[in-house]
Design a protein around this ligand. Structure first.
Ligand code: ADP
Ligand code: MG
Length: 339
């Protein structure tokens, strides 16, 4: 047997990076999470060749103080949580302090940032995670990250990338979900020099749906709104007797975070049962608000899966909210009884 040795930190970083950064869409997701956590009201995402050669995410959020720019790229470096007790109730999209380290480890990164407290901005470039010299730079308040040549130093991963068009479609879905989860933020998506999506950031979910998913989808929706003791559910679902050929039009969000949830899908579809949709799936943009302690987002690095403390309550909340919308009532009597 060979000896057991601890891997050096560079190799450990590459392995860890592989879990967070699977493809261009995962880079964009992490950078959008950071922009939202920074309180941005406008975010622009630009990609070229599916994001493989170039990704730029610009926000007008709080920025990073000059003295912290290198620290931001260290593993487990975060401004969002401080100790174990904070893990019990996460209030931000990010908290692991892994994303920037992971992205930087497998690409060439340029950071340009200016924090609210500073007059001058800061620029920093990194090559495979190794920072160059930090430099003062003029820039508006906020943060811009440019990520070039993704996976250039991990050829094994590079081989697994799909066609640029498939990666671009995945990035577009990531930007859509960000826009749908944060209607108060304006999102712009530019692909190979062409503007593909713009949401107004006026705080209205329907405006975000219109901008992100298009006019036709937005026009076929009805509103859902309900609140009980332990959950609030709101958003839009497709009108009865319409529907889509796939589940691709189902968008679920828990506490402002896009999630994939079989439980919520099941609750939605159960509410449509007997409403003659054979072979079709309802579409939706549904938000669920739970007490932060009632949901664990600490399950997976990519964080699209969540664990609910009470699956029954979540199922019921979604089911009755959709059902009462479908039945054309504002509040379902059973829901009121349960609350
Ligand atoms: P996390 O988001 O989990 O804290 P990241 O690696 O994504 O970890 O980011 C590290 C830190 O860098 C964040 O905690 C935050 O303080 C800072 N940061 C990253 N992106 C931005 C941004 N767009 N605006 C302001 N600060 C940012
Ligand atoms: Mg983050």
């Amino acid at each position: 047997m060979p000896r057991i040795l601890q891997l050096d930190s560079h190799v450990a970083d590459l392995i860890a990076a592989g879990e967070v950064v699977e493809r261009p869409g995962s880079v964009v997701k992490e950078l959008l999470d950071n922009a939202i956590d920074a309180g941005a009201s406008a975010v622009t995402v630009e990609i070229r060749s599916g994001g493989m050669s170039y990704i730029r995410v610009s926000d007008n959020g709080c920025g990073i103080p000059s003295e912290d720019v290198e620290t931001a790229f260290l593993r487990h470096a975060t401004s969002k949580i401080r100790d174990e007790s904070d893990l019990a109730a996460i209030g931000t999209l990010g908290f692991r302090g892994e994303a920037l380290a992971a992205v930087a480890a497998v690409s060439r990164v340029e950071l340009l940032t200016c924090s609210s407290e500073e007059e001058m901005g800061t620029a920093l470039s990194l090559e495979a995670g190794v920072p160059g010299e930090r430099e003062p730079a003029g820039c508006p308040r906020g943060t811009t990250l440019v990520v070039r040549n993704l996976f250039y130093n991990t050829p094994a991963r590079l081989k697994f990338m799909k066609k640029d068009s498939a990666e671009a479609a995945n990035v577009a879905a990531v930007v859509q979900n960000a826009a749908l989860s944060h209607p108060e933020v304006s999102f712009k998506f530019i692909r190979d020099g062409k503007e593909e999506m713009l949401t107004p950031g006026d705080g209205k979910l329907l405006s975000a749906i219109y901008g992100a998913l298009g006019r036709e989808f937005a026009l076929g929706l009805m509103e859902v709104s309900s609140s009980g003791a332990d959950a609030r559910v709101w958003g839009y679902v497709t009108k009865p007797l319409s529907g889509h050929g796939t589940r691709g039009y189902q968008h679920f969000f828990v506490n402002g975070r896009y999630v994939k949830s079989r439980l919520m899908t099941a609750a939605l579809e159960e509410a449509y049962k007997n409403r003659a949709m054979t072979g079709k799936f309802p579409g939706c943009v549904l938000h669920l608000r739970l007490h932060p302690g009632a949901v664990d987002v600490n399950v997976h690095p990519a964080k699209t899966e969540v664990k609910f403390l009470s699956e029954r309550r979540v199922f019921d909340a979604v089911y009755y909210a959709v059902l009462s919308a479908l039945e054309g009532e504002l509040s379902h009597p059973e829901m009121a009884l349960r609350a």
